[in-house]
Design a protein around this ligand. Structure first.
Ligand code: NAD
Length: 255
């Protein structure tokens, strides 16, 4: 029996990396997957892969930082499938630099995508979940919410905020039978991390070695590792988890 049979799942930023791996896995587990991304080509590729595997998916382009765009995303999702059972707030961007190195525009951009994006998608999906007295929201935080890492000021601030927001949302929406949990991945090998390595280290190979040395696992995670944790949160198997952080970090937080 598929673990997400007929559940309608909206995943923001699922044209790449963790979102893409999660969309693929959810498609294999029987979900109707709404793939959202800013990047049309990457989003459509995710949909093609899911369909090739026999799954069901549609692509809706939207910018999670723009209220009108997000309202359209929710409207089109409901027109296509009539409901949204699971919202995975996954879209996010990186930010590099200590406070004194980060320019205000770059700071704001990270806040916009990583926090405003979570706020807006939740804001426009939640009324529909409240009406149905049923819903499941997964927010993408990061292990960086709990450990200090050098030169990640803006990014750390957003992921800490997402974790706090998750708990606040859970309290507000528990009466409506809506669960809200957070994923806290460690370093996962995706285009996001490849860019980070290129932008932050003179020698990206050395950077990779240094990151690996911080992991108890001795290696980076893969997008599929996070997708499996997202599957657990999206399924009813996690029905007693509410407002919880779920670590998929190769031991970096506790190491
Ligand atoms: P990625 O860059 O591979 O994918 C992110 C996707 O989000 C891209 O397809 C991008 O086009 C999309 N996106 C960006 N801005 C958007 C916007 N405004 N509207 C809609 N879509 C937008 O990154 P990833 O590594 O898969 O990261 C996914 C999430 O996981 C992010 O929130 C990231 O912060 C978080 N995360 C990643 C890691 C890691 O090590 N890779 C660790 C912890 C948390």
């Amino acid at each position: 029996m598929a673990r997400l049979n007929d559940k309608v799942v909206l995943i923001t930023g699922s044209g790449s990396g963790i979102g893409q791996a999660t969309a693929n896995l959810f498609g294999q587990e029987g979900a109707k997957v709404i793939v959202n991304d800013l990047d049309e080509q990457k989003g459509k590729e995710t949909v093609s892969t899911i369909r090739e595997q026999g799954g069901e998916a549609i692509f809706i382009q939207a910018d999670v930082t723009d209220p009108e765009s997000v309202q359209q995303l929710v409207k089109q999702s409901l027109e296509a499938y009539g409901r949204i059972d699971v919202l995975f707030n996954n879209a996010g961007i990186s930010g590099v630099g200590a406070i004194h190195e980060v320019e205000p525009d770059a700071w704001d951009r990270v806040m916009l995508v990583n926090i405003r994006g979570v706020y807006l998608a939740s804001k426009y999906v939640i009324p529909h979940m409240m009406e149905r007295q049923s819903g499941n929201i997964i927010n993408m935080s990061s292990c960086i919410a709990e450990i200090g890492l050098a030169r990640r000021a803006s990014y750390s601030a957003t992921k800490g905020a997402v974790l706090a927001l998750t708990k606040s949302m859970q309290v507000d929406y528990a009466p409506y039978n809506i669960r809200v949990n957070a994923l806290l991945p460690g370093t996962i090998l995706t285009p996001f991390v490849e860019n980070y390595l290129r932008n932050s280290y003179d020698d990206p190979e050395e950077g990779l070695k240094s990151i690996k040395s911080r992991q108890l696992s001795g290696d980076l995670g893969r997008p599929e590792d996070v997708a499996k944790a997202a599957l657990f949160l999206a399924s009813d198997e996690s029905k007693f988890m509410m407002g919880s952080p779920l670590y998929i970090d190769g031991g970096v937080v506790f190491g």
